[in-house]
Design a protein around this ligand. Sequence first.
Ligand code: NBP
Length: 472
Amino acid sequence: MSKAHFGLIGLGVMGENLVLNAERNGFSSIVYNRTFSKTETFLKGRGFGKNIEGAKTIQEFVDKLERPRRILMMVKAGSATDAVINNISEYLEEGDLLIDGGNSQFQDTERRVRQLESKSFGYIGMGVSGGAKGALEGPSMMPGGTKSSYDAIENLLTKMAAKVDDGPCVSYVGPGGSGHFVKTVHNGIEYGIEQILAEAYDLMKRISRLDSNQMSQVFSQWNKTEELSSYLVEITEICLKTKDDFSGEFVVENILDKAGQKGTGLWTVISALELGVPVPTIYASLNARVMSSLKEQRMEVEKFLPFDVDHEFNFGNISNSMKPLFDAVVLSTIASYAQGMDILKEASTFYNYDLDMPSIAQIWKGGCIIRSKLLKRIQDAYEKDPNLKNLIFDSWFNNQISNKLDNLSYVVSAASKASIPVPCLSSTLDYLNSYRTNRLPQNLVQAMRDCFGSHTYERIDRDGSFHTEWLQ
Ligand code: NBP
């Protein structure tokens, strides 16, 4: 084989599928993996008969690539990525380009871009979403770094990416760590929506007493609507109706209720709070996962603080697609996206990323975990008004809120009466109620801060900064 077009380091789930995707799109490839036996297994298995070769050492890998080299790293984020960069750096030559497709922290990417570009190598930090299937068939990709580096791989990425009616789900995101920042926020939104759907399931099961088939039918109906048609609703339907090989029962009912996490939800919330962006729905989803991990304590406390969910509430029925619950889920999903988009808008200014909001919505419309019909509405809203302060100000979204808010309130108060936790639904209700009032009680908070710490306050009736001697 003459020198290959494309190199991949890291034959994990994602790497394996991405290199098959690149090869299918006409890019001959070289693969390298720290543990060589994995490379051999891949070449004898899924890579067999393809225009893909293996390399046993980094030196061999680099030698087999045409110049300038285009190398995608798909390894564990953090020290593993630094280790790969350190190993390969001494073999790279001017103009060669490294792409980190892992879930790296955006500050790490900022550092690596500076470090690698100072040596005249290109460096792209690229968020990739879509899981194994997306990686093979067409993922959503969020590449950030210098524009000239992106230009060198635009053709490759455009061919590999998911496609929707109006184009590919990849485009240049911005400088530095912006690609990984956008991927982090994508995952934060994903946390939110997953928790919202889990809360809807809990209410359907414990209050409306639907069985698994009926619940999956409701999710299937929701997936046919403009507001909720999405990948996550689609897989919720599948998860609910899948039976267990061990017991013959529905698998979901046999899964331990402790949710894992790898950090991107936490990074989203930290970034949001650092930037001063309220993200209560996303934050609630992160807390819910942490709370779920306290399984042993929860089992103990239930014994001395028992509750009774036996209440009659009308969340609708299958023939009206559980309308009140549907409305609550729609508004909470909108809130998740709205909070995520607000983080991006703020980061765009603060970190000089100059993010194009409609392009980000376009990238997320296909291939990724949060793909949904709603993203077209989000894209339209930012195209209409690039300075949109929040989705709530767009007419389509504020119509949704006025039409569905009563049902969200009803569902949250019913859940609370039945002692069923709905952290994302209730945080969304508070978010919307806080957003739509011009008078919050933080006047009293300001008074207390001034009382104990002379922090001063502003007034509603005159300009300036004021202090009161409260304790005289
Ligand atoms: P993993 O995150 O499990 O990473 C496995 C790869 O990292 C293997 O090739 C492994 O080599 C390599 N590796 C490790 Br671990 N430590 C290394 C080191 N010190 N030096 C060199 N290589 C090292 O695989 P994945 O699930 O395919 O994910 C790859 C990246 O993509 C991650 O950053 C992940 O967060 C991100 N991501 C994953 C998904 C998903 O759905 N899984 C989606 C989107 C993004 P070995 O075989 O020798 O151990």
